[in-house]
Write a protein that binds this ligand. Structure first.
Ligand SMILES: [Zn+2]
Length: 425
């Protein structure tokens, strides 16, 4: 620690109780998604606090976005604090929604209990703790350097857990992440306080349908089973596609190790008769299935092109078709995200790396996420490449029962974020 950084870190340390109270306050507003509860209550509560510390606060509803309705409006907060002189803008973006509680809790999921240096609750780690950390970092930095140049923005956005369309995507479409407005973005997702996440792999979701002809189950030769056709598709995937994907390795530092290759998950399979209602006690009817559908989730690497990813599956279907008389199929695109990776020499990366060394006395680890997060919208819609995920908390605890965040980890991360502001502003 140098004479220069000491006052900033002292301001962070002095806010320990404040950081705990802020995290608890956020946890105690259950912003469950789906369906998207209490979004307005959370942004109002946080907005009042940020206004009191000198930020200009806007509450923005993503009217008309996917998921937005009068019953469950998608509310977002953007707070901005101008410095004493012109300069860059550093933006901290956190999502304020949390996933369902699920089973297995031994604590009140919305109580914000503190014990043994941890704060417990749904969203403690993913990512209300990160949101609180960025607020404290900004307030501590401003107290230590009131004459800073540029601007600081803090956003709390909706719906990251369901794709971010009523949150970051909406704000990006409104120009909120245009490079002339915001120059550096940090997303405090829980990736451990000593790791910098540069980006994520790509995604292609598609539905594949095989078609057949319905007939009586006692005379299946009079029909054509869509399920048997799909069986042939799955067999061909095992025989050729999975080995091909396993052979593709990336230079991206993806964690965990298993995600350093291309992957494919089959999310669901449905064929034939609809599943009976729970209160139905009879037998199913004997029918040959005339439709079978699977939804595939293909995760791809920065070295792969999405057209090549799609072409592999199309070629596989054609191979099956060539071998099976009467084989009819359709592939329907559902959703796609291009991989993104911020360069290691981008300013937000180098300044965060330097700050981690100063606070933790070690060099950061650079990682890439196996799944996507809101960086996709900042990259694609906002066209801003200088963006990372960095924040306290252990990723494995996200979405689990008894989710928690370590208070010391938040303090360390707040110190890192405050020093990043010092470096960039
Ligand atoms: Zn998250």
């Amino acid at each position: 620690m140098t004479r220069h950084t000491k006052p900033i870190l002292a301001e962070v340390a002095a806010r320990r109780d404040d950081l705990i109270a802020l995290t608890q306050g956020l946890i105690r507003i259950p912003t469950l998604n789906p369906p998207g509860q209490n979004y307005r209550a959370l942004v109002e509560w946080l907005g009042a606090r940020l206004e009191a510390s000198g930020f200009t606060v806007e509450l923005i509803r993503a009217t008309g976005a996917i998921g937005d309705s009068d019953r469950y409006p998608r509310w977002n907060l953007v707070a901005r604090r101008e410095g004493a002189r012109p300069g860059d803008c550093v933006h901290f973006n956190s999502h304020h929604d949390v996933v369902e509680v699920g089973h297995g809790w031994t604590r009140d999921p919305f109580g914000g209990e503190v014990e043994g240096g941890r704060i417990y609750g749904r969203g403690a780690c993913d990512m209300k703790g990160g949101l609180a950390t960025s607020v404290i970092a900004a307030e501590a930095f401003i107290a230590a350097r009131p004459d800073f140049k540029g601007a600081i923005e803090i956003s709390a956005t909706a719906d990251e857990e369901s794709g971010g369309y009523g949150g970051v995507a909406y704000l990006a479409e409104q120009g909120r992440f245009d490079p002339d407005r915001v120059q550096h973005v940090i997303i405090p997702e829980p990736l451990n306080k000593d790791r910098i996440c540069l980006g994520h792999r790509g995604v292609w979701w598609a539905e594949i349908e095989t078609q057949g002809r319905i007939a009586h189950g006692s005379m299946p030769f009079l029909g054509d089973s869509a399920i048997r056709h799909m069986g042939a598709v799955l067999e061909e995937m095992e025989r050729t596609l999975y080995p091909l994907l396993a052979s593709k390795r990336t230079e991206m530092p993806v964690v965990p190790e298993g995600a350093k290759q291309s992957t494919l998950n089959i999310n669901s399979i449905h064929g034939g008769e609809r599943e009976p209602d729970e209160d139905y006690t009879g037998f199913p009817a004997p029918c040959v299935a005339d439709r079978c559908r699977i939804v595939i989730d293909r995760r791809f690497l920065i070295e792969e092109d999405i057209s090549e990813v799609k072409a592999e599956v199309a070629a596989l279907m054609e191979r099956v078709k060539a071998e099976r008389p009467g084989f009819v199929y359709e592939i329907r695109d559902m959703h796609e995200v291009i991989p993104t990776m911020t360069a290691e020499d981008a300013p937000v990366v180098t300044s965060t790396a330097a700050a981690i060394e100063k606070v933790l006395g070690q060099r950061p680890e650079y990682v890439v996420s196996p799944g996507t997060y809101d960086q996709k919208h900042i990259d694609r819609i906002g066209r801003l490449k200088n963006c990372i995920a960095y924040g306290p908390g252990i990723l494995d605890l996200a979405h689990q029962p008894d989710e928690w965040i370590g208070i010391d980890d938040m303090i360390d991360s707040a110190g890192v974020m405050a020093l990043v502001l010092d470096e960039l502003l």
